[in-house]
Design a protein around this ligand. Structure first.
Ligand SMILES: *Cc1c(COP(=O)(O)O)cnc(C)c1O
Length: 464
């Protein structure tokens, strides 16, 4: 780590650290009062780097929780926000228009899979999902030839779609979700397309994509009661960077069409170039009925989200007020002009020729840099799509037996990585490596070396 002068405010920063300790309730943190931690206190960003209160620079290896695309303090995005700030910071989208939201809606429809023509704005991934679920439910009651019996959802095992109650209901990560069971609506489940831990105990390619057949069969069998199927296309992020085998998504999309069930693609993690295509749905040429976007939408700057819908879905909500077909749902900051301005600037950068092709090149370089781990006795699998990468650590790479949760192996690896100047956040024992798309070749090498070293330091017992 390189150090910079801490600056004169060092004493103030210690006071702020105390105020944080006394008052801030951090998301997803155990808050073990008996074992005080010293989390980093970031004061500045610079490209792919975060700079803490002591002047230490750390590489942002998880893109500030999967949302940063072009690094921190990007001149074009900074300027777009400043320009908008000189015009209007916020006005409501309820019964009024703002310029950046209209421009962004137009742009999103241009670049999204063909057929998605309507944009419903909200603030976060969870709200984008929540809106999609309610739209799907209400659509089935108001569509031509209404199907009120189609009022349930089918979701994947180990799914993660956010933390509001509807999103939690379709989610299935026991540690996050089990507690809230009594509050949730029932959801049908289908097995994950997860080859390393095949839920059907089969092997590729002899399996002939049995998991997709199972999904198709379930959708067919429950079609009469299903409003929609919700999936994370191609990569199930929070489940541990689970990359679906080619063909699975297309099969599910076909089944939804065939059995007249809506398909909701949750692209909150995969969208905006993360997988090497603008949207993960493009990998299999599918068009969902509803598509949820958030995280990367503003390049990692401001909270903004969008739920895209097809014209057919939207039309079911049109009519005179007396018919009560409107979607009575919304948020104060829907379509916030500053967020929309940031999103437009970020999209313009993403759409520059060659930008997305480079994501795949960089992903390959990152994977090559981690090749030294391939023979490590505790590295089960390295999974990657574009610049979404997960390293699954296991107690035994032959039997694939996991470590005990109490060993906190993933957490220990990311602690070591931080001492090598890289900020990571694990998902259990999957070490997530997901840097900004703008990362340079030299930074990729540094990142790969730090991650490999951290794994060897945490688990020194070596090779198979
Ligand atoms: C992060 C995430 C969400 C929730 O997004 P928030 O902005 O944190 O509410 C939803 N779906 C997926 C796939 C995600 O990765």
């Amino acid at each position: 780590m390189t150090s910079e002068q801490p600056g004169e405010e060092a004493a103030d920063l210690e006071l702020l650290r105390q105020w944080d300790w006394d008052h801030v309730w951090h998301p997803f943190e155990p808050h073990d009062i008996g074992a005080p931690q010293k989390p980093p206190l970031f004061v500045r960003g610079e490209g792919c780097w975060l700079i803490d209160s002591e002047g230490n620079r750390v590489l942002d290896g998880v893109s500030s929780l999967w949302c940063n695309l072009h690094g921190h303090r990007v001149p074009d995005i900074d300027q777009a926000i400043r320009d908008q700030l000189d015009q209007l910071a916020h006005s409501s989208l309820l019964g009024a228009i703002n310029i950046p939201a209209a421009r962004l809606a137009r742009k999103l429809v241009e670049v999204a899979p063909k057929g998605l023509s309507r944009v419903y704005f909200s603030d976060d991934g969870a709200t984008a999902v929540e809106a999609a679920l309610k739209i799907a439910f209400q659509y089935q009651q108001q569509r031509p030839n209404p199907q009120p019996g189609k009022n349930r959802f089918l979701a994947l095992n180990e799914a993660y779609h956010g933390d509001t109650l509807g999103a939690v209901a379709v989610g299935d990560i026991p540690r996050f979700h089990r507690q809230f069971g009594p509050l949730l609506f029932p959801v049908k489940r289908v097995c994950q397309p997860f080859c390393y831990r095949c839920p059907l105990n089969l092997k590729r390619p002899e399996c002939a994509l049995a998991c997709a057949s199972e999904a198709t069969e379930l959708i067919g069998r429950h079609a009469h009661e299903l409003a929609a199927v919700i999936v994370e296309p191609v990569v199930q992020g929070a489940a541990g960077m689970v990359v679906a085998p080619a063909g699975w998504l297309e099969a599910v999309a076909l089944a939804c069409k065939r059995f007249d069930v809506l398909l909701i693609a949750d692209e909150v993690a995969t969208g905006f170039g993360r997988t090497g295509r603008l949207f993960a749905c493009e990998h299999e040429g599918i068009v969902p009925d509803l598509m949820c976007l958030a995280k990367g939408i503003t390049g990692g700057y401001l909270p903004l989200a969008a739920t895209l819908a097809t014209e057919a879905v939207f039309q079911a909500f049109c009519g005179p007020p007396s018919e009560g077909r409107a979607f009575y749902h919304g948020h104060t900051y829907s379509g916030n002009p500053l967020g929309a301005a940031a999103a437009l600037a970020s999209l313009e950068m993403l759409l520059k020729p060659g930008y997305l092709a480079e994501v795949e090149t960089k992903g390959k370089q990152l994977e090559a840099g981690l090749a030294v781990l391939a023979k490590h006795a505790h590295v089960g699998e390295i999974r990657r799509k574009g610049l979404m990468l997960g390293i699954e650590l296991v107690a035994n790479s032959v039997t694939r037996a996991p470590f005990g949760a109490a060993e906190r192996v993933g957490r220990r690896v990311t602690d070591h990585a931080r001492s090598h100047g890289v900020l990571l956040r694990p998902l259990g024992d999957v070490v997530v490596v997901m840097p900004p798309l703008s990362i340079t070749g030299a930074e990729i090498d540094l990142l790969a070396q730090a991650v490999s070293r951290a794994i060897f330091e945490t688990l020194p017992e070596g090779f198979n």
